[in-house]
Ligand binder design. Structure first.
Ligand SMILES: Cc1ncc(COP(=O)(O)O)c(C=O)c1O
Length: 375
């Protein structure tokens, strides 16, 4: 049996006619830039995220970058974020010229630890970027409280968390901006790169639209220096075709997570302490990733690879240890992000995963820990 980390062909085959006709429609129109599907997609995503506005952009990375640019964040400013995320979170801050300031994570949720934010605030701090890692919203109430107290902008990095909820509120609708990615491996992925920024502030929304088009309004008059951050019509059309399926896909991911939990517990892997399971912390978790902690993680990953089971380490190097951030010299202790980088492993959780495949994954994990070579 083969169990890939993700099976996009299976997803495509299940909705092939919808995708093919959405793409064909764009080709028929030849309206590749700012076609009507872009506005439709923005309307549909703002409805889905419970925000008044949404602005399609070229990627999740550019969603973060453009939000920072609209806020005028740059050299001399500091932006507080987690130490443990995909590179784009911190990279976007550094690209503006601002200084990313890292905070350790809560070991249960893997999200930024709100209790450690206050001590990192200085007179240069302008924003906080909480990341909703793996599909679970960060602890937003204390973050919003701190932001209000210090007058900081909150940019939610919801790239992995579209449709996730925190106390009944949708990811992206709590801060000043919510940034999402349509990268193909996300719960709502397009056929390439794409992203969107949601906001409840019409002024910010208008600025996002200006900045994604080289800062021009009217055309050829540039009050700001923006960029080409537009969402292609083709990607908007694909997202629109997939959106009606998103909730059922996320529900099946949750079902798969529950099944893994049950199988892993039944096999005694929790009781003997070799595996710990992801914890749902009062949110709707959309399981973009199902991430366990595992003893001898690297050996387990190699063993599963031999069994043709795809897994991934998200992420092996926390930001404070990245070579490109050595100049930041952030020597604070980040024990939890380091532990997560060393111990975590993502298992296949995609909606088309069969029960036989889930059983095979867990039996293979049992096989690893009972293999004499690894004891
Ligand atoms: C947490 C996080 N932030 C930002 C991004 C960037 O999104 P994109 O790949 O669409 O640029 C990703 C995507 O991988 C991500 O996982």
């Amino acid at each position: 049996m083969i169990v890939p980390l993700l099976d996009l062909k299976a997803q495509y085959n299940s909705i092939k006619t919808d995708i093919d006709s959405a793409v064909a429609e764009v080709f028929e129109s030849q309206y590749f830039i700012n076609g009507p599907q872009v506005k439709q997609c923005e309307k549909a995503i703002s409805n889905y995220c419970n925000t008044s506005d949404a602005v399609g952009v070229s990627s999740g990375t550019d969603a973060l970058l453009i939000a920072l640019m609209v806020e005028g964040i740059g050299a001399g400013d500091e932006v507080i974020t987690t130490d443990f995320s995909f590179f784009a979170t911190a990279g976007s801050v550094a690209r503006t010229g601002a200084k990313p300031v890292f905070v350790d994570i809560d070991p249960i949720s893997y999200n930024i630890d709100p209790d450690q934010i206050r001590s990192k605030i200085t007179s240069d701090t302008k924003a906080i970027i909480p990341v909703h890692l793996y599909g679970q919203v960060a602890d937003m109430d204390p973050i919003m409280e701190i932001a209000e107290e210090y007058n900081l902008t909150v940019i939610e990095d919801g790239a992995q968390a579209i449709g996730a909820e925190y106390k009944g509120r949708r990811a992206g609708s709590i801060g000043h901006y919510g940034c999402f990615s349509f990268f193909p491996s996300k719960n709502l992925g397009t056929s390439g790169d794409g992203g969107i920024v949601v906001t409840n502030d019409p002024k910010r929304s208008e600025m996002l639209m200006i900045f994604r088009n080289h800062g021009s309004k009217p055309k050829y008059y540039h009050k700001f220096i923006g960029g080409n951050f537009r969402l292609d019509t083709l990607h908007a059309a694909v997202v629109l075709a997939k959106l009606p399926h998103l909730d059922s896909w996320s529900d099946v991911r949750k079902h798969n997570a529950d099944r893994y939990r049950q199988l892993i517990e039944e096999k005694g892997l929790i009781d003997n302490g070799v595996i710990s399971l992801p914890v749902e912390v009062a949110n709707r978790h959309i399981y973009n990733q199902f991430v366990i902690r595992a003893e001898k993680r690297n050996d387990l990953q190699a063993y599963l690879k031999e069994k043709k089971i795809g897994t991934e380490v998200y992420y092996p190097v926390p930001f404070h240890s990245q070579e490109c951030f050595a100049y930041l010299n952030q020597k604070d202790e980040f024990p939890e992000s380091e532990a997560a980088a060393n111990e975590t492993l993502a298992l296949p959780i995609y909606p088309e995963l069969s029960d036989d495949q889930a059983i095979f994954v867990v039996n293979s994990i049992v096989g690893f820990y009972s293999d004499q070579r690894y004891i």
